[in-house]
Design a protein around this ligand. Structure first.
Ligand code: TRP
Length: 336
């Protein structure tokens, strides 16, 4: 029906609010990509429970994440925007792919090794170990051609390609082999207090993260207190001046102005001026996102209805792929 290439990506609902790094690094690109692609975006709640979650908080965060996707411009009439656990084929395909994955192969996943090291090997669950295999299933169910992710997900996409190739070789042509679509490094946003590390939900410095749902005053305060340097010149130098470079990146992306013209505009002026102007640019982007999110949350029944309709659409595609997989591996069809 559609000639647009199929695309899929997702995020875990692991915090109440997304942050500026998610907004610039993922949501802005997703919004643009939905115009040129048959896009599927989902909330990876099955992945979220690979680390302990409080049930009420998980449910709340899932709604909040969905509302923020929509508020940031993911249009549920254009893209298919759904909650992973509402499409049973994800868990079902993951089981089949588990049986095709080598133990050593899964053991080499660096994100698992990092996360397990943080938790201690006894605390880390088997679900955390098989996380990348569930992710492979997410992608393969939709026969996605492209998967927009950050550099940190490259290894999982490689695994997905390997598993798809293996399944196809063993059981016959079934899955499309997806390509990673690695989001630009220029879209990478760093912690305002610790501009050497990526802005991340797990940051130690709350003042370093700009949450999409922070009020205008809180955001302004965080930007005004962002770490810079003693040099005083507004110049982009990622190595020598990471704090200033980060502020310039945010300004450039949200204000849609090249970094070079910002350097010119702010030549001979101090960091205070740069920060004040940045506060305005950030608020003019995030203000409407915050308002729209709150509107959506004011009517949770309507939000749930949108998600259910989108899950139905996702389920049509996913269950067709799963039926083909079940048939190919030799499961006995259930007579109707
Ligand atoms: N692992 C991804 C992340 O942490 C989230 C994710 C789960 C995902 N399944 C996916 C991303 C499938 C892209 C495609 O960012």
């Amino acid at each position: 029906m559609t000639a647009k290439p199929r695309l899929l990506s997702g995020m875990q609902p692991s915090a109440a609010s997304l942050h500026l790094g998610n907004y610039i690094g993922a949501l802005m690109s997703w919004k643009a990509l939905q115009e040129t692609h048959d896009a599927f975006f989902f909330i990876a709640d099955l992945h979220a429970i690979t680390v302990p979650q409080d049930p009420a908080t998980l449910r709340e965060n899932t709604r909040l994440t969905a509302a923020q996707y929509i508020a940031a411009g993911i249009d549920p009439a254009k893209s298919t925007l759904f909650v992973q656990s509402q499409v049973p084929a994800h868990a079902q395909l993951a089981w089949v792919l588990n049986t095709l994955t080598g133990f050593g192969e899964a053991s080499r996943m660096t994100q698992f090794k990092d996360k397990a090291a943080k938790q201690g090997s006894d605390a880390a669950s088997v679900g955390l170990f098989t996380y990348p295999i569930l992710q492979a299933g997410d992608i393969l169910l939709y026969q996605a051609a492209e998967v927009p992710v950050g550099e940190d997900q490259r290894q999982h996409i490689e695994l997905t390609r390997d598993l798809a190739t293996r399944f196809n070789a063993r059981f016959g042509e079934t899955f499309r082999i997806p390509e990673p679509y690695i989001l630009k490094e220029t879209a990478k946003i760093f912690d305002l207090q610790n501009p050497q590390s990526k802005m991340s939900k797990s940051s130690e410095s709350p003042a370093g993260i700009v949450w999409l749902l922070d009020d205008a005053k809180t955001t302004a305060k965080k930007i005004m207190r962002a770490v810079t340097d003693a040099d005083g010149r507004v110049v982009y130098d990622r190595e020598a001046k990471p704090g200033v470079a980060n502020l310039l990146t945010i300004f450039s992306v949200l204000g849609d102005v090249p970094i070079s013209s910002l350097e010119e505009d702010f030549a001979g002026r101090g960091y205070g001026d740069l920060k004040k102007a940045l506060v305005e640019v950030v608020e003019s982007t995030l203000g409407p996102v915050r308002e729209r999110t709150l509107e959506l949350l004011a009517d949770p029944a309507e939000l749930d209805r949108i998600l259910a309709a989108n899950a139905d659409r996702a389920n049509e595609v996913a269950s067709a792929t799963l039926a083909d997989v079940y048939d190919k591996v030799g499961f006995l069809p259930r007579s109707s």
